[in-house]
Design a protein around this ligand. Structure first.
Ligand code: RUQ
Ligand code: CUA
Length: 667
């Protein structure tokens, strides 16, 4: 039967040309299966009980988290909660971790995270920390890699859409964040079509080398474009930072069309040593603004929030030599600096070439004043004066580039769904491999550093379609592992990911695996609510506020019978897991609790707050299967009507046992 095509169907097809390219790939499915050569399975096989060679950290995209995979197996090892509450750890639910998600917009239980970035020493990932940005409410988090836990989050003021973030400088002195959306600074009520006059961008440099002490060193005020991604210089270009921008048209509506007019947009080349000088000479303006800095106290493991109220802003018009613009075709997305620090590669989403700038030429062009014009005090360098070369006919939709340390670059091509390998210096394409489908970022362990470990490449694809057993309208996103040790890329493995991994980073497991904390030492626990032994548990009343200190150990809670609580009270269970043994966790859940439960690592204290709604006896129990008698790990708390004469009692300490005896006498 022939179905006549309606007009709207025709239009729909015309409108999805790009998607058409993607889906056409589905037809090659059988062919790709054959592309996986016979020895692929053995290359990704990690025998039971054996370890993977690399840790890979993938962003969770709109899930706000980070997931940790082993490579080459593609096995999911852990999900590290960062910008979203996560029930598996009680993260963002218990009193200890909630302050981490505090912002000037209030408590935010969910954000969008994009780019994991490892700390570096001398331009090479060192395995101390992983940073990641929140996009919607601009923030940067630090994850400690001895515990795989979020320890610190700083909010970025004067910013909207913290996308170009949190790329690090070679010794992790700074991580950065740039505004994706320009906004009025300070943000205030103006007409949207006053964009060109009132909207500005900022580039923020945040000190990052001291845990618990992240701070905004300075911000640089920029023209009202969209700032997209960044990377630090290294080697000869150390001291410089590069940010892509698009919408140099300064459109405020229909950007799809209006921000794609100019033939070239810009990469901002920032001399941040120069910015430091201007700050030191008092040329930066101290500006009042509000932002939060939240961090976990290492002893008590309680997160604290502090509000900061001012930031220093450097205006390039008053700090000559701090920023130059490199003209770059055509709405560039990624900007990546090769391992030598000489080449700055741009991913012009709509460009037909991959433009590569030369740092040496950039220096010369500045010395020669080879400028086209000046925008808001920022000299625009001549394209030909800074150009190292162009990769011709690379494919369609270049986004991101990583390097293998052997003289080659690998660029993701979103529209033509492929990875393109090309040679630095000659700019010739030497290999290409299809990806399934619509690749965004790609990642080589250390692939944006001075010394990549160029054995594997992971493609992170935006569309999955038919790659796995179907799971309804929504499919898990798909990552693909390639062997890049030879001349030709070889596809080894597909594996599903959590959320939408934009960027990822990876490093050899040997750098961190032996530094893992196995439990928290009770002797170092400084929580005011710590209970170090059974006899120290108990209950105290302070008006309508009840604090219960209890311990959890295989296989009981102490106290496990609690009375004297009344309707109208707020009850805080402060539970300490007094186990001093690796991987022995306990949980704590109480019937009627509004915020689920606690999960307690060995040696830590966490707090569940409960406002009982009515009289009764409520059981509590351990939610983490900890021993053969896990099902016996339980207790009861009695709630009496307001004003009841039932005595406060918890059946543990001598004190409470005396109270208990007293209570019995009275009956
Ligand atoms: S950006 S591919 Cu944040 Cu490229 Cu997603
Ligand atoms: Cu403790 Cu189960």
């Amino acid at each position: 039967m022939k179905i006549p095509m309606t007009r709207s169907a025709g239009l729909a097809i015309a409108g999805i040309v790009a998607v058409g390219i993607i889906y056409a790939c589905a037809g090659q499915r059988t062919a790709t299966t054959n592309l996986v050569t016979g020895d692929a399975a053995s290359k990704v096989y990690v025998a039971p009980g054996s370890y993977d060679e690399y840790y890979a950290f993938m962003s969770g995209g709109y899930s706000g988290q980070v997931s940790v995979y082993g490579l080459p197996s593609g096995r999911l090892l852990k999900l590290v909660p960062v910008f979203s509450q996560f029930a598996e750890d009680g993260y963002g639910y218990d009193a200890e971790t909630k302050p981490l998600l505090e912002t000037t917009y209030g408590f935010i239980p969910w954000d969008d995270s994009h780019h994991p970035e490892l700390s570096m020493t001398d331009g090479v990932p060192d395995g101390r920390w992983l940073f990641i940005n929140a996009n919607n409410t601009p923030r940067i988090a630090r994850i400690d890699l001895t515990r795989f836990e979020t320890d610190e989050i700083i909010q970025i003021p004067n910013s909207a859409g913290g996308h170009a973030s949190p790329f690090t400088t070679p010794n992790t002195k700074y991580v950065v964040s740039a505004t994706r959306f320009s906004v009025p600074i300070p943000n205030t009520d103006v007409a949207i079509d006053s964009y060109k006059k009132n909207f500005k961008g900022t580039l923020s440099f945040i000190t990052a080398d001291q845990p618990g002490k992240m701070d905004i060193a300075f911000q640089i005020l920029m023209p009202g474009y969209n700032y997209d991604l960044g990377h630090a210089g290294k080697g000869p270009s150390d001291g410089w930072f590069f940010f892509t921008s698009y919408n140099s048209e300064q459109a405020n509506t229909k950007l799809e069309e209006n921000a794609s007019q100019n033939d070239k947009d810009y990469i901002a080349a920032v001399n941040y040593k120069r910015a430091e000088e201007c700050v030191a000479q008092g040329q930066a303006k101290a500006t009042t603004t509000e932002y939060y800095h939240n961090y976990v106290d290492p002893g008590s493991r309680q997160a604290k929030s502090e509000k900061k109220t001012s930031v220093k802003i450097v205006d390039p018009a008053n700090c000559a030599g701090v920023v130059y613009y490199l003209p770059t075709p055509k709405s560039p997305h990624g900007v990546d600096v090769d391992p030598t620090g000489e080449y700055i590669v741009a991913g012009g989403k709509l460009a037909t070439v991959i433009p590569v700038h030369s740092f040496t030429k950039l220096q010369k062009a500045i010395a020669d004043k080879a400028f086209d014009k000046t925008v808001d005090g920022i000299p625009v360098l001549k394209y030909d004066a800074v150009m190292a070369g162009e990769v011709q006919k690379p494919g369609l939709g270049p986004l991101h580039t990583e390097f293998d340390g052997k003289g080659y670059a690998y660029t993701s091509m979103f529209i033509s769904s492929e990875v393109v390998k090309w040679k630095l210096g000659t700019w010739e394409v030497v290999d290409r491999a299809p990806t399934y489908y619509s690749i965004g970022h790609l990642m080589i362990p250390g692939g944006d550093s001075k010394h990549p470990w160029g054995k594997y490449l992971v493609a992170m694809n935006k569309i999955t379609k038919d790659r796995y057993l179907p799971t309804g309208p929504e499919m898990a996103q798909s990552a693909q592992l390639f062997d890049i040790s030879g001349d030709k890329m070889k596809l080894l493995l597909d594996f599903p990911t959590i959320g939408e991994p934009h960027y990822a980073q990876a490093l050899p497991a040997s750098l961190i695996k032996d530094k893992q904390v196995k439990f928290h030492k009770l002797s170092e626990n400084t929580s005011p609510w710590m209970t170090k032994s059974e006899a120290d548990g108990g209950i105290t009343r302070n008006g309508k506020h009840i604090d219960i200190k209890m311990i959890a150990i295989r296989s009981h809670f102490a106290p496990d019978n609690i009375e004297g609580v009344q309707v109208g009270d707020t009850v805080n269970f402060h539970v300490t897991n007094i186990e001093q043994d690796w991987d022995i966790l306990h949980g704590f859940a109480v019937l009627g609790a509004q915020t689920s439960e606690l999960i307690l690592q060995p040696g830590e204290t966490r707090t569940l707050t409960w406002i009982p709604k009515g009289p009764g006896v409520y059981p509590f129990y351990c939610t983490d299967f900890c021993s053969a008698l896990h099902q016996e790990m339980q207790g009861y708390i009695r709630v009496s009507p307001a004003g009841s004469s039932v005595k406060l009692m918890a059946n543990v300490s001598k004190k409470t046992q005396a109270q208990l005896a007293e209570a019995k006498k009275e009956k």
